[in-house]
Each structure stands twice: as structure tokens, then as C-alpha cells.
Design a protein around this ligand. Structure first.
Ligand code: FAD
Ligand code: PYC
Length: 416
């Protein structure tokens, strides 16, 4: 953190963390607020921060059933990029990417955004054609994207297996240089600290169990800490969005699936960039601690179990060893899953609902971490003004009635 001196660090180390000031308060819920955000992940905390910072709303609460960042925010593999196919998506993800670039300064908290480039591999001619089409679409939308040949790939990621005899040979790939990774927990903590300082109540261990709705208007929520009233409620609950929608009598076009990841023992720097392969459903980057961060496709069944199934992770490792043979004797340290909320068009929902005052921000599926600052920024606008910002207008629930879907299965990562 910016204002920590080496002496302060030494003093804190000797004090064994005693006397450390709280980074955010732990308030009891007030009986009522001007707005409630359900879900203390990155998106919910960012929404609260921008509501307070940009819309002057300081009588707001974030209600989190567990601990902040304990959902997908703390479980994801932190890839940040904006190279989606459709102009609507390029606009929303690039809005987020622009905010990432100044986020540590904005929050005065090092979120360790590291634009080390993101590569998407092509393993056959069809895939190469589709990826080139995405490059052209990105360039038209003002998003940086370029084609890289196998020779360029060797320079960008020397441990990549470019043997033409492999099961799925690498024909080239796309590179977004502005893409990269960030530190997931720091994003939650940075937004939490900044929101708290603007007066936002962050209330952990507070599960929303019901909605108070009268005459088609939301009046508050029932929680494990009692009823809390508010004329505006924004739900940002990722994999549990359908559960919360059901409390309001709504059905969202979402499926919840486990998505798995795992990390290796730490090793020296071997992986200077992020490499993803949709074809073999695997991707890898290296954390600043040295662990290789590896991810998979979604489990095929619907579930709320944050563990995942063995066959998916076995297939992922098989693909990783073929792509990066150097990893074959590496020990894996941890494996986990998060519950992702997948829309039929693999695009998010940021929307008002038929219940007045009740809004949902969900459906980010396997790819919402990259959107965190943009999603919070736009959802805050939508909640404060009661209407969509032009960038998130295409992502309203109406699209499932009008048919104006924003189909992003190709760009939504290995995971779909
Ligand atoms: P969350 O962080 O899940 O926050 C929602 C919060 O709501 C949770 O903390 C939960 O406890 C809380 N909640 C739920 N129900 C209730 C209730 N009833 N009352 C109160 N609180 C409640 N995206 C990328 O862009 N790049 C990646 O590399 C990437 N990798 C991923 C890898 C894995 C393994 C997983 C699982 C996801 C990945 N994602 C990635 C997706 C990304 O993690 C999510 O889209 C994003 O983090 C969602 O953020 P959120 O704040 O909406 O959700
Ligand atoms: O959206 O880039 C992404 C992603 C990578 C891994 C999981 N999601």
C-alpha cells in the first residue's frame, strides 16, 4: 500500500499484526438505507463505491452472506481483457479495461493490475478464421488485437509446445497486449476500503433470505440479521442470482455451473504472459508468487457445490501438459470451483426488473472478473438514475424477449 514505509512494515511485523487498524468498519445494519447492494464480491463493492463517489449516495449498505470476496471474486483466475466479438461487448469490456488502468491510483490500493498480454491460441483453420474475424471486429471497435504467428509465439511464451506433430498443433493466435491479470483479493479489499471511507456500511455474515415487495415495489430485504428497508435494491450475487430472483418471484435466463481452477507449487518465472486455448479447454498464467494458475471449462451439470468434478480437471491437466510439457512433473497445490451464472448468449445482464426498485447485475458467467470496475461503474449509474447507461443498455433483460441477443460464446473464454 502506497503510504506504508519500510519502518511501519517492520513495526507491524514485530507486533504480530496486533494493533493494526481495521481497514473497513464492521457495522450493525441500520433499519433502513437509501439503497442496498446484495453481494459483497468485486462487482457489488465496486457498485457501492461508485454510488457513493459519483452519485453522492452515502446511506447505502452492501450485504454479504459470507465474507467479502469469498465468492467468485476470490476464486477466479484473474484474466483481464476486452477482446470480445460484438461492438456492445467491446464497449462494456473496454470501458472496464480503461478503468483497470488507473484503478490502483483511484483506490489508493495496489490491485496489481499487470498488462502482460493475453494470447488465444488457434489449433485449426476454422478457429484461425474465427479468431481473425474477432481481431478485425476488435480493431473496428477500437480495441487492440493482433494476430501472432508460431514464431512470434515462441518469443512471447518460450515454454509453449509448437511441435507441429502435437494432437492439436498451434497455427497461431491472437494477442491483446493491454490484457493481463490483477490481484483478485486486492480488488475486493481496495473497493471495500474506499467505499467504507465514503460511508458505505459493509455488512458481512448477513444473508438475504427474502424480499419485501408490496404493490410491485421493493421495500427491503429479509436477512439473517433481520429486516432491512430500502427503496432500491441491487442484486449482484453471481452464481446465486437465480436464488435471489426467485425470492422476488422472478425467473432469470441463467444456469449455474461449477467452474474449476487449480494452482501449482511456486516456481521461478517461466510464463511471461497469459495463454488460453478454447479448443482444448485450458489456460495458464503465472502468479507473482510463482504459482502456475490453471483453469478449465465449466462442469457439464448444474450445481451449487464449489468443488467440481474430477474428469474436468483431469482433462484440463492433460491439455496443459501437452501445451506446456515443462509442467509434467509439477505438483499441484490447490483445486477449487466457483459457481458461475451463464446466460444463453454468454453475455451479462445489467437490468431493471418488473419489480420497481429492484435491479439485477448478473450473468457474467465465466468472465466477469475483467469487468469488475466497469460493471460497478455502470450498475451504480443504473441504480442511481433508475435507467441504464448507454453502455449497459444492450444488456437489459428485454433482449431475451426482443431477440437482440449479444452472442459471445466464442469470446467468452475456454470456459463455455
Ligand atoms: P462474487 O464474487 O461471486 O460475489 C457475489 C457475492 O454474493 C458472493 O460473495 C456471495 O457470497 C454473495 N451472495 C450470494 N447469495 C447471497 C445472499 N443470499 N445474501 C447475501 N450475499 C449473497 N472472470 C474473468 O474475467 N477472468 C478470469 O480469469 C476468470 N476466471 C474464473 C475462474 C474461476 C474458477 C471462476 C469460478 C470464475 C472465473 N471468472 C473469471 C468469473 C468471475 O470470477 C466472476 O464473473 C466474477 O468474479 C463475478 O463477480 P461478482 O462480484 O459478481 O460475484
Ligand atoms: O474470461 O478471460 C476470461 C476467462 C479466462 C478464464 C476464465 N475466464
Amino acid at each position: 500500500m502506497a503510504n506504508y514505509s519500510i519502518f511501519a512494515l517492520g513495526r507491524n511485523a514485530l507486533q504480530r499484526h496486533r494493533h493494526w487498524p481495521r481497514v473497513w468498519r464492521s457495522p450493525k445494519p441500520r433499519p433502513s438505507y437509501d439503497a442496498i447492494i446484495v453481494g459483497g464480491g468485486g462487482h457489488g463493492l465496486a457498485t457501492a463505491y461508485y454510488l457513493a463517489k459519483q452519485h453522492g449516495m452515502d446511506n447505502i449498505a452492501v450485504l454479504e452472506k459470507g465474507w467479502i470476496g469469498g465468492g467468485n471474486t476470490g476464486r477466479n483466475t484473474t484474466i483481464v481483457r476486452s477482446n470480445y466479438l460484438n461492438p456492445e461487448s467491446a464497449a462494456i469490456y473496454d470501458h472496464a479495461l480503461n478503468l483497470w488502468q488507473g484503478l490502483s491510483q483511484e483506490l489508493n490500493f495496489n490491485v496489481m493490475f499487470s498488462p502482460r498480454g493475453v494470447i488465444n491460441l488457434a489449433h485449426d483453420h476454422h478457429e484461425a478464421r474465427e479468431l481473425r474475424r474477432r481481431i478485425y471486429a476488435n480493431q473496428l471497435a477500437g480495441v487492440d488485437a493482433e494476430w501472432v504467428t508460431p514464431t512470434q509465439l515462441r518469443a512471447l511464451c518460450p515454454i509453449l509446445n509448437l511441435d507441429p506433430g502435437m494432437r492439436y498443433p498451434i497455427l497461431g493466435g491472437t494477442l491483446q497486449r493491454r490484457g493481463g491479470v490483477a490481484r483478485h483479493d486486492a480488488v475486493a479489499w481496495g473497493y471495500a476500503r474506499a467505499a467504507d471511507r465514503l460511508g458505505v456500511d459493509i455488512i458481512q455474515n448477513c444473508e438475504v433470505t427474502g424480499m419485501t415487495i408490496n404493490d410491485g415495489r421493493v421495500e427491503g430485504v429479509q436477512t439473517s440479521q433481520g429486516e432491512i428497508l430500502a427503496p432500491r435494491v441491487g442484486v449482484v450475487a453471481a452464481g446465486h442470482s437465480s436464488v435471489l430472483a426467485a425470492m422476488a418471484g422472478l425467473r432469470l435466463p441463467l444456469e449455474s455451473h461449477p467452474l474449476q481452477a487449480l494452482v501449482s507449487e511456486p516456481v521461478k518465472p517461466i510464463m511471461p504472459t497469459v495463454v488460453m486455448s478454447n479448443k482444448v479447454h485450458a489456460y495458464m498464467s503465472q502468479s507473482d508468487k510463482g504459482e502456475l494458475v490453471i483453469g478449465a471449462g465449466i462442469d457439464g451439470y448444474n450445481s451449487y457445490a464449489q468443488r467440481g468434478s474430477l474428469p474436468v480437471i483431469e482433462e484440463t491437466i492433460r491439455a496443459i501438459v501437452e501445451l506446456f510439457p515443462i509442467t509434467s512433473r509439477l505438483k499441484m497445490m490447490r483445486q477449487w470451483a466457483g459457481i458461475v451464472d451463464v446466460c444463453p448468449d454468454a453475455s451479462p445482464i445489467i437490468s431493471a426488473t418488473p419489480v420497481e426498485g429492484l435491479f439485477f447485475n448478473c450473468g457474467w458467467g465465466t468472465g466477469g472478473f475483467k469487468a469488475t470496475p466497469g460493471s460497478g461503474h455502470l450498475f451504480a449509474h443504473t441504480l442511481a438514475k433508475g435507467e441504464a447507461h448507454p453502455i449497459n443498455a444492450p444488456f437489459a433483460l428485454e433482449r431475451f424477449y426482443s431477440g437482440a441477443l449479444v452472442a459471445e460464446h466464442g469470446a467468452a473464454a475456454v470456459a463455455h
